[in-house]
Ligand binder design. Structure first.
Ligand code: DAH
Length: 344
């Protein structure tokens, strides 16, 4: 029996060392130390032994059982430690690795320019108005002194939806809409940034959809000098303090007199270069004193009230300010172009 116990011990210890997982250890434990295991069996057969042998074999059996148990516990500990180390290694974080770059969007240059224009005019006492992009023929043309068959309608080739509805060709209809709301009582002092649409073929300077900002100031005693002062202040804030403006006579059906406004060329400071076609000046917007008929049609007494209006192309202003040579850049969503305006 002694040899049998020694052999069992040897076998169990060998298996304990070979155990590769806690599950293996548990299997060895059950096989050798369990209720149905060989050591329990030896202890059960003790009755057959002589009185002298019984305590000796009993002590040996307990010793063998304890030794197997100690070895298995030890093996468990080693395996647990190994597993933890492996896990720690696989989960380790290298804090010296460079971070993953996250790509943040940028404000679209047109939005940035609109915000800048709004800021400047808010500072000059204007508020911001708006109107519909699908407009009636009345507001887009008639209320602006452009009756049906007026030849000046040809200046703005239009997208008609029905005979009476079209995509607005200009932000000017918001002039009439806003004046109507004021029911003949001034002052009205707004700017209106917004999309407009024309049946133009797209090229470097034309787009069938673009943005304008309309301006309107109606009050008692508004004069041409007010128009000049406001727009000079705008030009200096938008383009730079060293820039100046000039007014040139022009024609718009809704203003009388009408002017076109040029800003001095920022490249040559007025002495003449390729950009300003040697003139020293660059055309930036249309403006004028509101035609008395337009005031009257929108409910203002033209003997009591006067006003000025202006309209500018936002893309054109952005192109001049940021030296962009093709209007289509604003609408083709090329990230290489858009990301250049990160800091704007
Ligand atoms: N609506 C004109 C256009 O689209 C621009 C314009 C000119 C607006 C003179 C005005 C103005 O308010 O007074 O060409």
């Amino acid at each position: 029996m002694r040899e049998q116990l020694e052999a069992l011990k040897k076998e169990a210890l060998e298996q304990a060392i070979q155990a590769e997982s806690e599950k293996d250890v548990q299997a060895v434990r059950v096989a050798y130390l369990g209720k149905k295991g060989p050591i329990t069996e030896v202890l059960r057969g003790m009755g057959k032994l002589t009185a002298e042998e019984r305590p000796i074999i009993g002590a040996l059996a307990n010793e063998v059982r304890d030794e197997i148990k100690t070895n298995l516990d030890h093996r468990s500990e080693v395996l647990e430690k190994e597993a933890l180390e492996k896990q720690l290694q696989s989960e380790s974080i290298d804090v010296t690795l460079p971070g993953r770059p996250s790509s943040q969007g940028t404000i679209h240059p047109l939005s940035a320019v609109v915000t800048e224009i709004e800021d400047i005019f808010l500072g000059l006492g204007f508020s911001i108005g708006e109107g519909p992009e699908i407009e009636t023929d009345y507001y887009n043309f008639e209320a602006l002194n452009l009756p049906k068959d007026h030849p000046a309608r040809d200046m703005q080739d239009s997208f008609y939806i029905t005979d009476e509805l079209l995509l607005r060709t200009q932000t000017s209809p918001v002039q009439a809409r806003t004046m109507e709301k004021h029911e003949g009582i001034g002052p009205v002092k707004i700017i209106v940034p917004g999309k407009v649409f024309r049946r133009d073929d797209d090229d470097a300077t034309h787009s069938h959809q673009f943005m304008q900002t309309e301006g309107l100031y109606v009050d008692k005693n508004v004069r041409m000098s007010d128009l000049k002062g406001i727009l000079e202040s705008f030009a200096k804030q938008f383009f730079g303090i060293d820039r100046s403006i000039r007014l040139r006579p022009s024609f718009f059906p809704f203003t009388e007199p009408s002017v076109e406004i040029d800003v001095s060329c920022g490249i040559c400071s007025g002495s003449g270069c390729r950009i300003c076609k040697q003139s020293g000046w660059i055309e930036v917007l249309g403006a004028g004193m509101i035609h008395p008929r337009v005031l009257e049609m929108s409910g203002f007494d033209s003997n009591e009230y006067s006003g000025f209006a202006f309209g500018m192309g936002v893309e054109r202003l952005a192109m001049l300010k940021y030296d962009i040579d093709d209007i289509r850049q604003f609408y083709t969503n090329d990230a290489r172009f858009l990301t250049q305006f990160k800091s704007v």
